[in-house]
Design a binder for this molecule. Sequence first.
Ligand code: DX5
Ligand code: ZN
Length: 223
Amino acid sequence: MSALIAPSILTADFGRLAEQVREAEAGGCDLWHMDVMDGHFVPPLSFGREVIAAVRAASDGRFIEAHLMVAKPAEQFADIAGAGAQRLIFHYEAVGSVEAAREHIAAARALQCQAGIAINPETPVTAIAPLLADLDEVTVMLIRPGWGGQAMRPDLLTKVSELAARIQAEGISLAIEVDGGVKAHNAHSCTAAGATILVAGSAVFNAQQTPQDALAELRAALG
Ligand code: DX5
Ligand code: ZN
């Protein structure tokens, strides 16, 4: 089954970021997944609006989503949207309740952005079930968030299947994204479970391959 491939630049060469963006786009990436980390929600710091704006400027216009691994996502929304992100993905664990999540969805929409929610490995799909009809996208973390290059936990794909079954039963149209450890050898298991967007960080930006070759390998693995 086919899916969209969303490279994350976390392991890219930031010294030649614009070139890396153009290489991945030449390789046929579908959209950009930008990992914003604040040193609170997750231990590391990554980047914010300046780097998103740099990717926006280097890109030929591909869709940009921002994955906000931050403790107070709403405080970042305007900056991140202003830098060019078109979908704002916040963590359910950061907002803590269905009611607060609804407020964040409304805030994203008020900025003309799509709204997505991410769930950590320990958060069950049932926690966000009441929100599915209001969302454009759900990100299922297949690793502990905060670092690229970790191994995927395949047991977490059952959450993807559960989500896919729920949205089908409820007739909801929703993108299901998997994030963490996606590689050519496990990409098919993700789409088989129901994922429609695959985030690929170190699978695309690594020392062994060009982004073009890496994307061709990923695409081939999806069949
Ligand atoms: C980690 C980020 C991921 C990461 C993926 O917290 O959310 O998007 O960049 O990197 P890989 O594909 O290397 O696991
Ligand atoms: Zn991410």
